[in-house]
Design a protein around this ligand. Sequence first.
Ligand code: HEC
Length: 399
Amino acid sequence: MELIWNHVLDWLSLLLRWGHFIVGVAWIGASFYFNWLENRLERITTEDSDVAGNLWAIHGGGFYHLKKYKLAPEQLPKHLHWFKWEAYMTWVTGFCLLCVVYYLNAEAYLIEGGEQSINPNLGILIGLSALVVSWAVYDLLCKSALINRPLVLAVLLFLYFSLLTYILDHFLSGRATFIHVGAAIGTIMVANVFFVIIPSQKELVSAVTQGRELQAKMAKNALLRSRHNNYLTLPVLFIMISSHYPFTYGHSLPWLVLATLSLAGVFVRHYFNIRHLPGAKNLYLLAGLAFLLVSILLTAPLSFRSEQQQAVVTAQIFPIISQRCSSCHAEQPTQPGFTAAPAGMVLQNLDQIERNMMQIHQASVLTKTMPLANLTGMTEEERDLIDQWYKHSVTGLNE
Ligand code: HEC
């Protein structure tokens, strides 16, 4: 029964992840496209035209001619296309994935194992609160006078998210911390669509149908929130793939790594947003690359700098790996609930252990995410020995 249940969960996770990815691409793709359109529009400056600008494009073997109205056409067209389901479905699939991966198995993935570990249900509560509180904080800031001071608003939001990462890291595992910050930002983006952008567009449409005066302020607000979403995109996309990179979330200062990587994303995004304008835009690209460089340096392995290592050979590590890891990481795992080697990593002989040296070191020494929830009871001494084994081999390779 348990085998079937695990198979169902695996498939649920696969389908949700795949679906999340597909609708996410559709949403972000459309959002990037319209942002690009807005930036590249050939503006019409004559006063009497009700058209703001137009644009020619060629794609998929055909010419396209688009135009944007200053406010609205006199009459609504028969077919008006909206873009909202992509955004909503990205949130729905993402939230379900969060539940399947992190909440159904909170003990193993959501919370940090060990003595100071919190109750898994408390972990879930903290995770969910992060989503709700983040939207409330952001929305309040946007409704305050700060909306007219974008730079101050950006700095405050940046500080808020760094603080959130710092706090979550005290309760949740590194992976779960990053994913929850990403989910919080994603929730803000979708809530912007749901609570601000779509209602303002509905108002625009009903004003045109009823021949009422258009509320320019509402449209401006929607455009602003959509711009915010644009700047949040690159940091969120990094976070969504971060679970593949334990050296980011497993760093001793994870909030700092996330902060520098996010700044890199925001500056690069800004560069692409203003690339078509005259002026000193390359500075923004350089700033983005500088933050990227800082992130790379921050996460550099300390072991490269340490000297004097005691020689520990793989044969000394073998019994530890066999005892602590191979019940799961085997061709045929003996750990209940496992039908194949997790992450495709088989650790049953010296050769396999040496080939995966870096990952073994990362998972069992740097991030301590392995053994999973320390189910096999690995000791600190054993972790130290793996550390020495790795460092000795690394310095050996450098000679
Ligand atoms: C109880 C089962 C279990 C044990 C014991 C276990 N692992 Fe894992 N391991 C997993 C699972 C499940 C994954 C996949 C996690 C994921 O998808 O993020 C994994 C993934 C990994 C990865 C890939 C990590 C990544 O994020 O790419 C490494 C490396 C790893 N384990 C090393 C080890 C080492 C070294 C040990 C022993 C010290 C160990 N594991 C013990 C279950 C286990």
